[in-house]
Design a binder for this molecule. Structure first.
Ligand code: MN
Length: 297
């Protein structure tokens, strides 16, 4: 029998977090999980991920669309797991805003006329407890951890530094200005102030300009390799310093078309610059080296 508990109130968390260089093990970055826990498990087994020394860093969108959203969200409790917030976590938190404030949820309203629920968020229904109206404890813990997710992660420093953001660090107008993207120095300043302008914040979650743009006004320097997700394609691809590793894990789960098997979850070994992709189609893992185009330690 399910029972409801009061949601936790999270204190405002830092929107930008720094992680020190991992000197004992490896750092892996994983693309948009969207509930595809089984694909992740296969990848971690494949690379012999060591929870004592290695770290797994996610580009966000742990939830929605795939089969095991809450199980993916619960990864946030692991000491070896770090993640930035994606637009899907952001939508979920927004959807539950009144509940998180009042601690009471009468019914799941507007089921078929809501952006979050229509974009794969309907899994939350199984954690709803109608009497007294609320969500299960397991869900409340998950959403509390989601609220604490930062928008940007800065990992390491110097030539081994990399950044992680869900969508992109593009400035508002890619065409008219010399510098198309925000730089490490901008991120460092935001980190010092622990503040991101709301317009910029929105683009961190939702932006797709960089992935769609062909001609850039200039080669940017001053931005470390920045892992991102949000816009999927079959394989990882780099645009300037942005390395997008969303390869559509949830598409391979739906197994509707033969081509769906070409998509899958990507795990990226940062130091070796090598990626691994698992799909639910042929049960194999594809791997490939990646050329960053810049020297790194
Ligand atoms: Mn996304």
């Amino acid at each position: 029998m399910k029972s409801a508990t009061r949601p936790q109130q999270m204190n405002t968390q830092s929107p930008i977090k720094k992680l020190p260089t991992n000197i004992t093990g490896k750092d892996y970055v994983v693309g948009d999980l969207h509930g595809c826990y089984e694909q992740l498990e296969r990848l971690l087994d494949h690379v012999r991920f060591d929870t004592t020394y290695d770290r797994l860093i996610s580009v966000g969108d742990l939830i929605d669309r795939g089969p095991e959203s809450l199980r993916c969200l619960n990864l946030l409790a692991k000491h070896w797991f770090h993640a930035v917030k994606g637009n899907h976590e952001s939508m979920m938190i927004e959807f539950f805003e009144p509940y998180l404030v009042n601690g009471y949820l009468e019914y799941l309203d507007e089921l078929y006329d809501n952006g979050f629920l229509e974009n794969g968020g309907d899994w939350i229904q199984s954690y709803f407890v109608p009497d007294p109206g609320g969500m299960t404890e397991e869900f409340n813990l998950g959403i509390a951890m989601a609220q604490a997710m930062p928008s940007i992660l800065i990992v390491g420093e110097g030539s081994s530094r990399f950044n992680v953001v869900h969508a992109e660090l593009a400035r508002s107008d890619l065409n008219s200005i010399f510098q198309p993207v925000w730089l490490d120095s901008d991120l460092d300043l935001w980190h010092t102030n622990q503040a991101i302008d709301p317009n910029t914040q929105e683009k961190l979650y939702w932006g797709r300009k960089l992935q769609r743009k062909k001609n850039f006004p200039a080669i940017e320097s001053g931005l470390s390799i920045t892992f991102c997700g949000h816009t999927f394609s079959e394989n990882p691809r780099q645009v300037l310093s942005h390395l997008c590793i969303d390869t559509g894990a949830f598409i391979s789960e739906r197994r509707q078309y033969v081509e769906d098997a070409a998509f899958g979850l990507t795990l990226f070994d940062v130091r070796e610059s090598r990626w691994f992709k698992a799909s639910t189609g042929p049960s194999k893992i594809i791997e490939s080296a990646h050329d960053y185009g810049v020297d790194r330690d």
